[in-house]
Structures are given as structure tokens and as C-alpha cells.
Design a protein around this ligand. Structure first.
Ligand code: ZN
Length: 490
């Protein structure tokens, strides 16, 4: 009975929503000038309702993007923003020497392999890391390479396991007894119908230690048909030791945390989203001052808190283009950004180039990140920085539909490349002009070091630091959805 009432209630809601829309559309079609204030109100509230619904939908109903589990070490980045291969790679660095070296070597050689191929594309690699039974660390890389030359992205994966007490990297033969390795090999070949002639000594290289067994990851193309994608095969310790009959079993544990469960505050934030304030109202324009917008991408990360301290000490404002995958583990930093008066924008969830994505994927990249920011801060952010600054007409059109605009930059100090505080400092000091939007990354220590010296100098030179939305609104009078902005006037 309750269900019927609920359905009726939803129907009534939908009908009233549709009728609001109908008035608006009719009004637009006939180009009636004498729009009554009631209609305007209806239109505004209908649009507002629509926004709320969209954000809810994207955060709650879609679990295609997850927050990575990173139990081991700190995040290190390779970040290539220009040239043939655009790359965004995250890998761990911790206290286990052999594991760190193996991860770095794999990441470097994978990047090199794509750089040496004479094609253009976007390489994105991320990782999850787990502690298993308090004895082992597992690092699991997964990624994709997108190229206009390929019909489908290439899936990339690798896994490394280390023994914590001995600081040694483990091969399958170090971890399992010889007869267990034989059983595993036989099991993998039988369960996936892999012919003997295709099998080599690397078949069992990509394995992951789990509490109750091991999991094999097989890439497509080598042992299995291209169309299979990545295949995971779980084998329990019971089965491997011969205690039990061979039994197929799916891996029980999730590879990454599920979509965020919203707490009360976050639910409240989402149902009571504030759109950004009109930026112009917040700025007193001093005609003698030169205006500048500092922007920080790819975070929040482990240096962001220090950067926030530096900004506060100098009493300046900046804009943070945050990655969706980084938000959940750094929600305190997002709240601090808002509290300190900075602007937050979205920088996608996975850092894939927008130009390589379908409309559906692109919508998720933008909207899930936007919804996640709103759930934590209660603010609906409409500024988006496309990863690598990459966009095309289709991206702009979709942005217009979603109500967001894109913010690129006029000054790139190449901090992502040089990782030198001196070079970053010199490049920005040399290239900054009135109206500049400056690109940099708060995930690099060198960039934050540069800011410590640079901000006081720029203040001395007569610059006033504003957020990107303030800068664009001052320069243009308004911000339009779907537009791409590079500086105050361009
Ligand atoms: Zn980026």
C-alpha cells in the first residue's frame, strides 16, 4: 500500500515538474516579451530542482568511479601535459625498497614503451595498495591507453607483492610451494582454455596475494583473445594445497572502496546546494592593481595543507581544480579551501583526456566530480579544468548542456616537468601579466616551495590574487557555460 502512495506522489511531482517546464518552453517558443515574474520564478525553481536531481543521481546511482584504496606509501606522480603522449600516472613510494623499485621500473618502462611508439595518445595509470594479513603489501596497477589510432583503449595492468618483514619482492614461486604453483598453472590453463603452446614462464607473473587465496590477472591478447579484456582468476589456498577439489570461486573482496556512503551532513549538503556566489560582488577592484589567478591541479595531496598555510599567511586567494578520486580521502582540505575563501573547480575523476571519451563517459567525469565536491562543501562548482587542457567542440557543447565552463591557462611554468622550485618560481615571475591564469600543481613539493617565495614577490610587484571565476567575471562581465577561458580577457 505504501508503495502505491509513493508512486502516486512521484507521479504528482513529475507532472508538476513537467508543467513548469512546459510553461517555460512555450514561453521561449512564442518569444513572449511580457514574461510574468511568476513564470520566471517557476523557471528558476524548476532549473534549480533539475540541478539538484542531477547531482544526486550522479553520486548515488553511479559507481563507475571509485576512490582508490592506498594503504601503502605515498603517492608519486608522472604528469606529462604536452607532446605526443599525454600521461597521468600515480604510483606508490613507501618504506619497502624492492617493491618501490619494481613499481617505478614498471611505470617508467610502460611509459617509455608508449613514448617510443610513433603514435599519439593518452596514458592513464592508477593503483590500489593493500596490506594483507599484516605480512604483505600488494600494489595493483590498472590503466588504459587511448589513441585515436585504436578502436578501443588498451587495458594495462600489473601487480607487485612484497613481504614486509624481509623487504623482499615476491615471485609466485617465493610465495607458493612448487606443487602449488603447478596446481595453479594447471587450474588457470584449464579454467580459461589456454593452449599449452601459448603458455610461457610469465603466465603466473601477475598475481595478487589475498587473505584467502591468490588471484591471477591475465591481460588480453597474450594468453587470451583480445576481446576478453583483463581476466581475473581466483584460487583459494585450500584448493592450491590439494585439501579440496578444484573449485572455481570469484574473488570476494572488492578491489576498491565502493561509492561513498553519504553521512548526514553530506546528504544535507546535497539537498541544499548553493550555487556559487556572483564573484564580482566579492571583489573590490582596485584600478592600480594587476590581477592574477593562481590555479592548482591534480590534488588535493600531501602538500596541499602546507600550500593553504602559505596562501593564508599572505592573505591571497587561489583556485583548486581537484580530482574526483582524491576528494574522499582529503575532504578536510576541501572544507578548508572553502573556509579560506578559495574557489574549487573540477578536474575530472580519472584524469583521462576529454577528447578521447564518449559523451556518457565525459558526463560522468564532470558530474560525479561536481557532485562529490557538492556533497562535501555544499557548493555547486561550475568551473572545470580539462585534463591536459584538452578540449574540442563536442566537449564545449556537452559542457554547455551540463551548465559548466572550462578554464585553461595563459601561463604554464612547466612545474609538472621540471619539478624545480627555482625554475617554477622564475617562469611564473617572468611570464605573469595582468589578467594571467597560471597553471601549477599542488601535488609537487617543488611547486609549493616555489609558492612560498613567489607569492610575496608578486604582491610586492602590485598583483592582487583573485579566483578564476572572479578574474573571468571582471574581464568579461559574465561566465558562459560551454566556453573555454584562458585569461581575464581571452
Ligand atoms: Zn591535471
Amino acid at each position: 500500500m505504501k508503495k502505491i502512495f509513493l508512486k502516486l506522489f512521484i507521479l504528482v511531482l513529475l507532472l508538476s515538474f513537467c508543467s513548469c517546464k512546459a510553461i517555460v518552453e512555450e514561453d521561449e517558443e512564442n518569444k513572449v516579451e511580457k514574461t510574468t515574474s511568476a513564470v520566471v520564478e517557476n523557471k528558476e525553481s524548476a532549473e534549480k530542482e533539475e540541478d539538484k536531481l542531477n547531482l544526486f543521481e550522479f553520486l548515488l546511482a553511479d559507481d563507475s568511479f571509485k576512490t582508490p584504496t592506498r594503504d601503502y606509501g605515498e603517492e608519486e606522480y608522472i604528469n606529462i601535459n604536452a607532446g605526443n603522449i599525454l600521461a597521468y600516472i600515480v604510483y606508490p613510494k613507501g618504506s619497502l625498497k624492492e617493491l618501490d623499485a619494481a613499481c617505478k621500473e614498471w611505470v617508467d618502462s610502460t611509459l617509455k614503451q608508449y613514448q617510443e611508439e610513433d603514435i599519439s595518445g593518452n596514458l592513464v595509470i592508477s593503483y590500489n595498495s593493500y596490506l594483507v594479513n599484516k605480512s604483505y603489501v600488494v600494489v595493483e596497477f590498472s590503466g588504459e591507453f587511448y589513441s585515436p589510432n585504436y578502436a578501443h583503449p588498451v587495458s594495462i595492468s600489473a601487480a607487485f607483492n612484497a613481504n614486509i618483514s624481509s623487504d623482499k619482492l615476491l615471485k609466485i614461486g617465493d610465495f607458493l610451494k612448487a606443487e602449488e604453483v603447478t596446481r595453479l598453472r594447471k587450474y588457470v590453463m584449464e579454467s580459461k582454455n589456454i593452449e599449452e603452446e601459448f603458455v610461457d614462464e610469465k603466465l603466473l607473473d601477475n598475481f595478487v596475494i589475498l587473505p584467502d587465496g591468490v588471484e591471477l590477472i591475465l591481460g588480453k591478447g597474450k594468453y587470451l583473445p583480445e576481446s576478453d579484456g583483463l581476466v581475473r582468476i581466483f584460487a583459494s589456498y585450500d584448493m592450491l594445497s590439494g585439501d579440496r577439489e578444484t573449485k572455481s570461486q570469484e574473488r570476494s573482496s572488492e578491489t576498491a572502496k565502493d561509492t561513498k556512503n553519504l553521512n548526514e551532513k553530506e546528504q544535507e549538503n546535497l539537498s541544499n546546494i548553493k550555487t556559487e556566489e556572483n564573484p564580482v560582488k566579492k571583489v573590490e577592484i582596485n584600478k592600480d592593481k594587476k590581477l592574477i589567478a593562481m590555479t592548482f591541479d591534480d590534488g588535493p595531496g600531501r602538500y596541499t595543507a602546507r600550500l593553504l598555510d602559505i596562501l593564508k599567511k599572505n592573505n591571497v586567494k587561489a583556485t583548486f581544480f581537484v580530482l574526483g578520486s582524491q576528494i574522499d580521502s582529503h575532504s578536510d582540505l576541501l572544507l578548508r579551501m572553502v573556509e579560506d575563501g578559495h574557489e574549487i573547480g573540477g578536474h575530472s575523476w580519472t584524469h583521462r583526456s576529454f577528447n578521447t571519451l564518449s559523451d556518457e563517459e565525459l558526463t560522468k567525469e564532470i558530474m560525479q566530480t561536481r557532485a562529490m565536491i557538492a556533497s562535501i562543501t555544499g557548493i555547486d562548482t561550475l568551473s572545470v579544468r580539462p585534463p591536459y587542457g584538452a578540449y574540442n567542440d563536442r566537449v564545449k557543447d556537452l559542457g554547455k548542456e551540463l551548465g559548466v565552463h572550462f578554464v585553461n591557462w595563459s601561463v604554464d611554468p612547466l612545474d609538472w616537468k621540471t619539478r624545480s622550485a627555482d625554475k617554477t618560481y622564475n617562469a611564473i615571475k617572468k611570464d605573469a601579466r595582468n589578467g594571467s591564469i597560471i597553471l601549477s600543481h599542488d601535488i609537487h613539493k617543488s611547486t609549493v616551495d616555489a609558492m612560498e617565495r613567489l607569492i610575496p614577490i608578486l604582491l610586492e610587484e602590485g598583483y592582487e590574487f583573485v579566483t578564476v571565476s572572479e578574474l573571468i567575471t571582471i574581464g568579461r562581465g559574465e561566465i558562459k557555460a560551454g566556453e573555454v577561458y584562458f585569461s581575464m580577457k581571452n
